[in-house]
Design a protein around this ligand. Structure first.
Ligand SMILES: *Cc1c(COP(=O)(O)O)cnc(C)c1O
Length: 397
């Protein structure tokens, strides 16, 4: 095996920088400590407070906090009525959870290809793959740029499908002047530490639909209700509750909800800084013809969760793998988002094969996620730009 070629000189940075990092301040720490000293560690007042705050920020009527973004996708699919024999259309350029949620319900994920310039799910492909079995579409706002929600919603409603927006990347973004979270039938969020705001682990489903909201509450907590209007029997007494469907325990703790509330206070600040960094990257990389800059759709006022560097392999003497290694040698530690979901052995066993979504597959071969997070200094940003430029110039054809 030949050693990977790496450009000469001393590394651009002496210390490693990683692709993402949470930002926790004293107010966050105090918020968690306050809950620990209170009466409720779970099922307490912080849950409703965080849900109200999410509604305020996103314009959604209802919010259901849950244990993580994957749980949010699962209960959203259940509330949408996804079940055995159904099909759910999603993109392969996402975290596996966007398709796994269909499998949890006994349904079949169907992968639609992406737009080659925005990298979001292509509504034309969604339309072409819609069948009588299709029950829902899980559209991911990849990198934080809104999917084409208007076109997707129109298609979904014309065909009696439910549009679930996997908004794990999208908090802080709006689409045609409306906040993401108040547009699709349901929008799921994730508060994993790499995302724009964090609660450690955490997630939520946002909706304007009361029926979905009531189902989401049931699926979050065992399928149990304390509302006599939903019960089959007369209550035996004030202690009485009934399990009326099969739900999970996907509750969030009050410590996490308190952290989330405190983090949401900083969303405008997080969002503004991410936009600045993206602007600096875009300006620098649009000067280099060996790179392709992700196209912004003008309808989306995007807060990016990820910055995707895309190389043009025919203009460089190295491929993505060696570019990635060259960045690591400069102490810029990146990541790749995402391996197409159906490449995984588990999906292969289910019968999915390479070649399903050619544009997504080509994208996967050409991308690297660069460092992007609130606490990056201007110097960090300049180091990343310097390292990318150094490698591009060194390996240019
Ligand atoms: C992070 C993420 C998820 C899953 O969220 P968790 O909170 O980690 O369960 C789902 N979809 C996308 C697109 C994500 O980025």
């Amino acid at each position: 095996m030949s050693k990977p070629a790496i450009c000469g000189g001393t590394p651009v940075r002496s210390e490693k920088i990683f692709y993402g990092h949470q930002y926790i301040d004293e107010a966050d720490i105090q918020a968690v400590v306050d809950v620990l000293k209170s009466d409720y560690l779970t099922c307490g007042p912080k849950i409703a407070e965080a849900e109200e705050k999410l509604c305020e920020i996103t314009g959604a009527k209802y919010a259901v906090l849950c244990s993580n973004g994957t749980a949010a996708l699962h209960i959203a699919c259940l509330a949408a009525g996804v079940g055995a024999g159904d099909e759910v259309i999603t993109t392969p350029i996402t975290f596996a959870a966007s398709a796994n949620c269909a499998l949890y319900c006994g349904a079949k994920p169907v992968f639609a290809d992406i737009n080659e310039e925005t990298y979001n799910i292509d509504p034309a492909c969604v339309k072409a793959l819609t069948t009588e079995r299709t029950k829902a579409v899980v559209a991911v706002d990849y990198t934080g740029q809104s999917a084409e929600l208007d076109e997707l919603l129109t298609h979904c409603h014309e065909n009696h499908l439910v549009l679930i927006e996997d908004g794990a990347h999208v908090i802080g973004t709006s689409y045609k002047g409306k906040k993401n979270g108040s547009i699709a039938d349901m929008t799921t969020l994730s508060f994993h530490p790499v995302k724009t705001v964090t609660s450690g682990e955490g997630g939520a489903v946002l909706t304007n639909n009361k029926e979905y909201y009531e189902k989401l509450l049931l699926y979050r907590a065992h399928g149990i209700t304390r509302d006599s209007a939903q019960m089959a029997n007369e209550p035996d007494g004030p202690w009485y509750y009934e399990q009326i469907t099969l739900g999970m325990n996907y509750r969030m703790t009050d410590m996490q909800a308190a952290l989330l509330i405190s983090q949401l206070d900083k969303l405008p600040m997080f969002s503004a800084r991410r936009k600045e960094i993206v602007k600096a990257y875009d300006e620098a990389f649009s000067q280099l013809p060996q790179l392709f800059v992700q196209r912004e759709i003008p309808e989306s006022d995007t807060t990016r969760h990820l910055y995707i560097l895309r190389i043009c392999p025919d203009k460089l003497t190295i491929d993505r793998k060696r570019f990635f290694e060259a960045l690591a040698a400069e102490n810029i530690c990146c990541n790749v988002h995402y391996i197409p979901t159906y490449y995984f052995p588990y999906y292969k066993e289910l019968g999915y094969e390479k070649g399903l979504c050619p544009k997504a597959e080509k994208l996967y071969d050409e991308i690297i996620s660069l460092p992007l997070y609130y606490a990056m200094t201007d110097e960090d940003v300049q180091d990343v730009i310097a390292a990318v430029t150094k490698i591009v110039n060194y390996f240019s054809k």
